[in-house]
Design a protein around this ligand. Structure first.
Ligand SMILES: Cc1cc2nc3c(=O)[nH]c(=O)nc-3n(C[C@H](O)[C@H](O)[C@H](O)COP(=O)(O)O)c2cc1C
Length: 376
């Protein structure tokens, strides 16, 4: 019955809801959706329908990673729930975990002008939000106010970024800014993992920690914090291989659990797009244009450092084929945003249901056996 509900929802979303939503500007749709969800998720009855989209199969999909239990590997990636105000609903629709944020120490209202632009044929969004955040103190308070039950078997990872301001433009100021947020979230019971966003492309002063000397500086300071929670680094995806490898080498020398591969696609000219992307639209690409490059980087990283780094695969996941490809290439967990926008709210449940079929087909008895299986 749940499968039928998911199929029906998918059809309704693709042919009725999405065409209506896509007639409106994406910034307005997103902010209305966030406000509405944050409000109604408190009413238990409202979460009954979303729960029908979820699919549970702990035998095949459950795994414990660095002491944290995940009932399924499909998470929400950083950027959709920036202020961590929608966790109950994200859990209800069937995600196994979520990354909230990116959160920054200081408050920032975001870039002027439109933050998002749709490229529907390419299943992509152009993102130019510039790290809007209510600031660590406000978000941390909100996270603490959730009941423990909300994050039971639904781990919350918090993505931390550098405050987008002139005041954090120097390396020393930026490192201090990151560390202050990391310490705050590490101390919260409801937070199970931390992600450091070194690769947000839209910030004042560029991408400051994507060179090896600067990353070394940041991670040395992070080591000194002696964080208790697993730490992941969100990686850029358009660096030359040599520079990407240099970052990985630095990461393996520090107290870092793994890497999230990866962030938005920066090199617009190199992107294979089926839509026209006007020059005046600023920002970087999500969705399908990131799929192949991220899977290839996951494969590469797994071969080189699969024994040292846990990989979270992100980029262009629209269905179970895309998620399974990343898992077989070496990702332990998978996360997405753009798929949710193009395919609908039943997507996490549908992917999990189809993943189990694939695991059975390939003779695996648990998802953990499929991780990196293409190179075994
Ligand atoms: C609307 C939007 C906002 C985003 N904001 C952030 C962010 O604040 N921090 C971050 O690390 N990544 C951010 N990202 C990047 C996503 O986390 C993800 O890495 C990227 O979109 C590729 O995944 P996808 O194809 O499933 O969307 C954002 C992406 C989108 C689409």
């Amino acid at each position: 019955m749940k499968r039928t509900v998911r199929q029906l929802t998918s059809w309704l979303y693709l042919y009725v809801v999405k065409p209506i939503l896509f007639q409106h500007k994406p910034d307005g749709v997103h902010s209305s959706m966030v406000r509405l969800t944050a409000l109604v998720q408190r009413i238990p009855g409202v979460r009954v329908l979303p729960k029908l989209w979820a699919y549970q199969n702990r035998e095949y999909l459950g795994q414990t990673i660095h002491g944290v239990y995940f009932s399924n590997p499909i998470g929400l990636s950083a950027g959709f729930d920036k202020q961590i105000s929608m966790a109950r609903m994200i859990k209800a629709v069937g995600f196994g975990w979520m990354t909230g944020g990116s959160v920054t120490w200081g408050e920032y209202k975001g870039n002027d002008g439109a933050w998002f632009y749709r490229l529907p044929k390419s299943k992509s969004l152009v993102v130019n939000a510039g790290l809007p955040s209510e600031g660590t103190a406000v978000v941390a308070q909100r996270v603490s106010a959730y009941s423990k039950q909300t994050f039971k078997d639904f781990p919350l990872s918090v993505s931390v970024a550098k405050t987008n301001s002139k005041a954090t433009a120097t390396d020393d100021e930026a490192v201090e800014d990151y560390c202050a947020s990391l310490k705050e979230f590490d101390a919260l019971k409801n937070v199970k993992m931390l992600e450091i966003n070194i690769s947000c492309p839209n910030t004042f002063g560029g991408e400051p920690f994507t060179t090896k000397a600067r990353l070394e500086k940041l991670l040395s300071a992070v080591d000194a914090l002696q964080l208790k929670k697993p730490v992941f680094i969100k990686m850029p995806i358009n660096l030359p291989k040599k520079e990407f490898d240099q970052l990985l080498k630095v990461i393996t020398k520090h107290m870092v659990t793994g890497v999230t591969i990866g962030n938005l696609f920066k090199d617009r000219r190199a992107a294979k797009l089926e839509d026209v992307l006007p020059e005046y639209i600023k920002g970087n690409l999500s969705g399908t244009p990131t799929r192949e490059v991220t899977t290839e980087l996951i494969r590469h990283t797994y071969k080189k450092y699969g024994d040292k780094l846990t990989i979270i695969g992100v980029g262009g996941v629209m269905n179970a084929d895309d998620a399974y490809e990343k898992i077989c290439a070496g990702a332990t967990l998978v996360a997405l945003i753009t798929g949710l926008i193009y395919e609908g709210p039943q997507l996490a449940g549908t992917i999990n249901y189809d993943l189990v079929k694939k695991l059975r087909r390939d003779g695996f008895s648990n998802i953990s056996e499929a991780i990196g299986s293409e190179s075994h």
